[in-house]
Design a protein around this ligand. Sequence first.
Ligand code: TXA
Ligand code: MG
Length: 362
Amino acid sequence: MKTKVKQVNRDNFSRSEFEEASEILRSGGLVAFPTETVYGLGGDGLLSSAAEKIYAAKGRPSDNPLIIHISSMDDLTQLTDEVSEKANRLADAFWPGPLTMIFQKNDKVPYGTTGGLDTVAVRMPNHPIALELIRTSGVLIAAPSANTSGRPSPTKAEHVVEDLDGKIDMIIDGGEVGIGIESTIVDLTSEIPTILRPGYITKEMLEEVIGEVAIDQAILTKGVKDGLKPKAPGMKYKHYAPKGDLTLYKGLQSEVVDEINKDAAKKRAQNYKVGVIATEETKEMYDADYVMCIGSRNDEESIARHLYGILREFDHLEVKYIYGECFSKNNLGQAIMNRLLKAAGYHVVDVSGRERCDKDEI
Ligand code: TXA
Ligand code: MG
């Protein structure tokens, strides 16, 4: 299949630019498009055959349900008959935006889209191109992140081309995304609303609007291995993995830098290419084949925005060993550490004890 790449200016487009993409979606085909979090791979959320195509293109297990993207609260009533008061309040506060809510699904939503579950994940994205595509096509768009399963999520159209060229009908290139990590998922079908995946919208932000919110414990730990099963099926898979071997270092900044430099030197002496994910504060301190700055330690938004792109860049450079610093788990830091830990397969070196601890919490 030939994949058409269509450029659209997010700040200046006309409806007619979405006609071809809309026609593809209406006839059951696949279109990748930008959202404010990451690029999504879209198909008709009410059509099982479109979900099957999405799973095939991504190489994703079909028990891992998809998020359906909507552009209005009317759209939501097509997917679920049970919208609670809390859900309405969250929608008022955060939609359109990087929040996905889990509802009981109605009969219109095929099990093909929900991975066999009786619940459905829904999000109203805050991106003019995504919203226009939903409106113009009249399709409620099921869209996982537009990467090959197991690869870092795409934050630019080039990443989508890398993974899905030849496998989908169209890619809408609307430039780089703003946030860079996937939406927060909150389950509203449990008695206490529960975060199943951390993201830009934090627990504190949710609690301000609806009171007590729980966090699925499995998401900040090695979960499955420890007998805890994450409630979002997708969180159980090894995710966001670069091709190189990523290890994270925790401890005092100066000791972290020293230990990374020592370990990097050993690998370089063995002729391996090594890379470091550094911060503004430390980037001049490392000796490695490649040192990439993810942003200032004080600017979590920059760290989130650059994370996946840097992991992909190290793949292009064929770096064999990647070293990175740990970040605080406050606010957006929780989502950042959740993604980093997964990318690292939970390999964390605690420099104070200098042991390879493999521990879940840092
Ligand atoms: O920011 C985002 O959420 C991006 C953009 C494209 O919107 N989408 C995204 O989708 O990250 P995906 O498919 O890569 O991740 C969806 C996650 C998976 O972990 C999946 O298991 C979980 O949502 N999920 C979907 N439906 C669910 C449900 N009914 N119950 C529990 N978890 C669900
Ligand atoms: Mg994904």
